[in-house]
Design a protein around this ligand. Structure first.
Ligand SMILES: [Zn+2]
Length: 86
């Protein structure tokens, strides 16, 4: 199962919008499969979203929607698209 398969359709759509609208403030490659990004959200501080494409369930984000849960939110999707634009 890939990262996008674990996300809801709405999160994929909204995450793609975030990516297109340049709301990913930065994105850092940690390993070939792991990326850490900061994503502008509704709060004052950007959210920190980490994605692992080989082990998508290790991905996390500190937004209220995904924090503490194994949920792929739009911020993680946005970092994914930023990391893999193709
Ligand atoms: Zn999030």
């Amino acid at each position: 199962m890939g990262l996008l398969d674990l996300a809801s359709g709405k999160s994929v759509y909204r995450g793609y919008e975030y990516y297109v609208n340049n709301r990913v403030l930065f994105c850092e490659k940690i390993t070939d499969n792991q990326y850490l990004g900061a994503v502008e959200g509704t709060a004052d501080e950007p959210y920190e979203a980490f994605v692992d494409i080989v082990h998508p369930r290790k991905s996390y984000c500190n937004c209220p929607f995904a924090e503490g849960k194994r949920i792929i939110c739009k911020h993680q999707v946005a970092v994914f698209f930023k990391s893999f634009p193709e």
